[in-house]
Ligand binder design. Structure first.
Ligand code: ATP
Ligand code: MG
Length: 376
């Protein structure tokens, strides 16, 4: 076996998992269509689409265990690749049955309903949509059953006119209509579950801007129990990011589960204890997880902005002004507006304000560099 761990996807989640694995001396490989992707800069990478069965089989053949950084690799392609590589399904964490449920937002909702876990009511949109409208009513949220991320497959719908305007999206099938939840806040819990037991990192509050995760900080409520129940309902083994809504009367509902490390767990890189990536590596290898302990940390995402120029000078200025914040930059070569490029963690008292202030300074400086046309 040439590699200990294989990653389906080579973005920042694979890169940070590989960094944790490499500290333990493990050899890693990823597969990703993009040349120069974040994981390929620090470890071996097969450059191929994630539904390329031959390339998947090569990864499976060469790795002891394989895991994923997004839930979009079709489970059917993985089954085919396993048989081609003559490897057993148990080498992939999370299991393929769990992946198959999570890949389909409608199947997820059905699982939660069956297990009695509060979650927004959702139905498939069929025919002319009349049944979905009658059952869900307005306002509602339309969601792509498969492949949505950063809100790309999510639309708010207030009325039958809005619904009709979006006909070109749902007409071909593959969309669901979901009850709109007027939540007070969004929460997230990183849950892990294996033969060694079940555990969870502290509950965090998350703020999304334009559907993209923007800020993460310690929550006042504890959503551990419902998050663990949600992972149990999909029979998940491994690490899971559970996204939740909390309403103004304190009720907590499950939005969705990601079967992998998650943006809401990036704070653990600097909380002093085991990070979500350390736990992920151990879970994939079938090892017991590390007992959890850490201090409060707040995280601010760094997203690409319009008319991008060089960012290093701005970053240096930010770090000179805020030496106590921890910078994580993913090394993406293609800097597009809204793309997740890195994040800042601030530790301890007042961390949310410091994370936000450091980010503001970075963005101001970055814009200034573009305007003055510096070359670095
Ligand atoms: N039923 C709902 N009611 C109200 N708001 C919702 C609902 N579903 C989703 N949203 C809002 O849209 C955001 C994105 O939705 P969701 O997480 O389902 O999609 P996604 O594309 O998988 O997003 P991501 O990749 O960022 O997790 C949520 O974080 C929430 O802010
Ligand atoms: Mg989500």
């Amino acid at each position: 076996m040439l590699f200990d761990l294989g990653f389906l996807g080579g973005g920042q989640l694979a890169r940070m998992s590989i960094q944790a694995a490499q500290r333990m001396g493990l050899r890693c490989m990823s597969i990703d269509p993009q040349e120069g992707c974040p994981a390929s800069q620090i470890a071996a990478c097969i450059q191929a689409p994630l539904n390329d069965v031959d390339a998947l089989a090569e990864l499976l053949r060469n790795c002891y265990r394989v895991t994923l950084e997004n839930e979009f690799v079709p489970a059917a392609s993985l089954r085919q690749a396993l048989s081609q590589a003559e490897r057993d399904e148990s080498m992939i964490i999370p299991g393929l049955d769990t992946l198959e449920i999570i890949q389909d937002k409608l199947k997820q909702r059905e699982r939660y309903a069956k297990a009695g876990i509060p979650s927004p009511k959702a139905v498939a949109i069929e025919d002319d949509g009349a049944m979905a409208i009658a059952r869900i009513k307005f306002p509602m949220v339309l969601k792509a059953r498969f492949g949505g991320y950063d809100g790309r497959g999510t639309r708010y719908v207030q009325s039958s006119e809005d619904f009709e305007d979006l006909r070109s999206l749902w007409d071909d099938g593959g969309w669901l209509a979901e009850e709109y939840v007027p939540f007070k806040r969004e929460l997230a819990v990183m849950v892990f579950r294996s033969a060694h037991g079940v555990g969870a990192f502290p509950t965090m509050e998350t703020i999304q801007t334009n559907h993209v995760c923007d800020l993460v900080f310690p929550a006042e409520s504890d959503a551990t129990e419902i998050a663990v129940n949600a992972v149990e309902s999909v029979e998940g083994i491994g690490l899971f990011g559970v996204e939740l809504f909390q309403t103004s009367d304190g009720k907590i509902l499950v939005n969705e589960i990601a079967p992998r490390p998650h943006n809401a767990g990036h704070y653990t890189l600097d909380w002093g204890g085991a990070s979500q990536f350390d736990q992920h590596v151990r879970l994939v290898l079938g090892l017991p997880t590390i007992p959890l302990d850490g201090v409060p940390v707040c995280m601010a995402n760094l997203l690409g902005i319009e008319n991008v120029g060089p960012w290093r000078k701005a970053m240096m200025e930010m770090l000179a002004e805020y030496p106590d914040v921890r910078l994580h930059w993913y090394g993406k070569e293609d800097i597009r507006p809204g793309r997740k490029l890195g994040h800042i963690n601030a530790v301890g008292a007042g961390c949310l304000e410091r994370a936000k202030a450091a980010r503001t300074l970075f963005l101001e400086q970055w814009r200034a560099v573009q305007e003055s046309g510096h070359s670095r």
